[in-house]
Write a protein that binds this ligand. Structure first.
Ligand code: S3P
Length: 450
């Protein structure tokens, strides 16, 4: 929903001994896709472990608006009675995707090759984010779009009545753009080809194949080439959503920087297109172990055990790892503050167009908390002070960005003075149980001024 309630300020104080087991919610990327692909199948898809964060709830509402029956059975079990590829009805209301770039971009793709018109909007954060990266390739299918200056939301898409398949090389590393083109390709006759220079998260490809679409992935000249045959009849599925590695990042990183901690985060999906943060933390010297590695639903899964790691060192984060940890740089920069020496993070221009400009949001907050941070358009460097030496004592802005809010609350768990976040409300978009889960581990997070 675009209406954001009253700000919820929170203060996080230094603590010790985070202990216990942290069951984080279902994966956000897979949750969005489960609802959308369920809606594009013929018959009933069941989803267990759906993330019930606001972003995903907004996608569920959108699928209802396009004609699918979406039911919440309680306890994380949902079902979607789909209308089939090409079966979307024209919504009679504006589609409000709230804070979610993934929701709006994937849904725009899914409707763009049907002869219907839909208008999309979101909150102040989403309405400032670039949409041309999606509407440009959708135009190649024959869809028209009318948005605000710079192609921003609110934006109307007139779907193509006679779509043609496309061949499109994605100009920026973006799973959302790739997925929007593939979802649009579903209702175009013939083969739609998407090419990516850098591999981004591949949930859409895996799930499309799982729903019965004909899809192949090959490598040509070092690029990933995805070929989808249009107009399949997608078969409904029973989906068990793995737990979100991007949410796991918060209790894991908190355990690494809080003295005396030992935290288990079970059942985390370690798809290589998502797991970059954990390898980076290990490279820094973190005591982070993958226990009980196994495979579930075709995805690698493990239980993560993170223990206090007072001797971490700053590193050069390999730029070719960026796509696999793009949402984790904010919390990595917090860990970097507690490591000795510089952590340099190059090749991350995309961070500037997330829910907020994440380089700017983190750099300003970290500086207010006593750190030195250097930045350029597509890189930043945090000068780590080491354990026990990060001052804190700042009030920071979350800028409608859940990951900024959670990252600074993690910072406050180990800095000398408390850290206050002006509005922790956005956390509900992706990790609605964050406050309780962290409190159960022993974090000292309080609402209101402290
Ligand atoms: C996502 C892709 C990424 C990521 C976002 C989720 C997805 O965005 O930042 O949180 O589910 O496809 P980009 O495609 O903009 O890189």
């Amino acid at each position: 929903m675009s209406s954001h309630g009253d700000p919820i300020p929170m203060t996080s104080r230094k603590t010790r001994n985070l202990r216990g087991t942290a069951h984080v919610p279902g994966d956000k990327s897979i949750s969005h896709r489960s609802l959308i692909l369920g809606a594009l199948s013929v018959g009933e898809t069941t989803i267990d472990g759906l993330l019930e964060g606001q972003d995903v709830l907004d996608t569920a509402s959108a699928m209802r608006a396009f004609g699918a029956e979406v039911t919440d059975h309680g306890g994380g079990r949902w079902s979607v009675h789909g209308v089939g590829v090409g079966g979307f009805a024209e919504p009679d209301q504006v589609i409000d995707c709230g804070n979610s770039g993934t929701g709006v971009r994937l849904i725009m793709g899914a409707m763009a090759t049907s002869p219907i018109t839909a208008t999309f909007t979101g909150d102040a954060s989403l309405n400032s984010r670039p949409m041309g990266r999606v509407t440009d390739p959708l135009a190649l299918f024959g869809a028209q779009s009318y948005g605000r200056e710079g192609g921003r939301l609110p934006l109307t898409i007139v779907g193509a009545a006679d779509p043609v398949p496309v061949r499109y090389e994605v100009p920026v590393p973006s799973a959302q753009v790739k997925s929007a083109v593939l979802l649009a390709g579903l209702n175009a006759p013939g083969q739609t080809v998407v090419i990516e220079k850098e591999a981004t998260r591949d949930h859409t490809e895996r799930m499309l194949a799982g729903f019965g679409a004909e899809l192949s992935v090959t490598e040509e000249d070092g690029k990933r080439v995805i070929t989808l045959t249009g107009q399949p009849e997608l078969q409904p599925q029973s989906i068990i959503v793995p737990r979100d590695p991007s949410s796991a990042a918060f209790p894991v990183c908190a355990a690494l920087i809080v003295e005396g901690s030992d935290v288990l985060v079970p059942n985390i999906g370690l798809n290589p297109t998502r797991a970059g943060l954990f390898y980076t933390l290990q490279d820094m010297g973190a005591d982070l172990v993958f226990e009980n590695p196994r495979e579930e639903g075709g995805e690698p899964v493990a239980d993560l055990r993170a223990r206090f790691s007072p001797d971490m060192k700053g590193i050069e984060v390999p730029p070719d790892r960026a796509a696999s940890m793009i949402d984790e740089y904010p919390v990595l920069s917090v860990v970097a503050a507690f490591a000795e020496g510089k952590t340099h993070m190059p090749g991350v221009k995309e961070l500037r167009v997330k829910e907020s400009d994440r380089i700017d949001a983190m750099a300003q907050g970290l500086r207010a908390a006593g750190l030195t941070v250097d930045e350029g358009e597509d890189w930043w460097t945090v000068h780590g002070l080491g354990h026990g030496k990060v001052p804190g004592g700042a009030t920071v802005e979350s800028r409608l960005d859940h990951r900024i809010a959670m990252s600074f609350l993690v910072l406050g768990m180990a800095s000398e003075q408390p850290v206050k976040v002006d509005d922790a409300g956005p956390i509900a978009t992706s990790f609605p149980i964050f406050e309780r889960l962290m409190a159960d581990l022993g974090a000292r997070i309080e609402r209101a001024n402290g």
